[in-house]
Ligand binder design. Structure first.
Ligand SMILES: [Zn+2]
Length: 97
């Protein structure tokens, strides 16, 4: 499993989240401190979840977010396209972007 590492906007070294508060299921306030001793800057910011890429498996999820526009475009293109056995390189490139 990979873990996203926060990067200090002042010096580019690792930061540690000191505290975070969930304001809503999709919005969280965060407080972070740079772990690079000569820097030591602290910041406040937020984390938001904006779109769903795939639906929750829960029967009654706490929130239902709109599907990401890029996913909707890809689905529409797939639905409109004629059936073909050829691998679509564009789809693969977009999915990994
Ligand atoms: Zn720093």
């Amino acid at each position: 499993m990979s873990v996203y590492k926060l990067v200090c906007p002042a010096c580019g070294h690792r930061m540690r989240i000191r505290n975070s508060e969930g304001q809503t299921p999709v919005f969280r306030s965060m407080y972070a401190q740079c772990m690079h001793l000569p820097c030591g800057a602290t910041f406040s910011g937020s984390l938001t979840w904006d779109y769903a890429l795939s639906p929750s498996g829960m029967e009654k999820p706490l929130v239902v977010l709109p599907v990401a526009p890029a996913i909707q475009r890809m689905q529409a293109r797939r639905d409109l396209r004629e059936k073909t056995d050829q691998l679509d390189l564009l789809d693969a490139a977009e999915a990994s972007a």
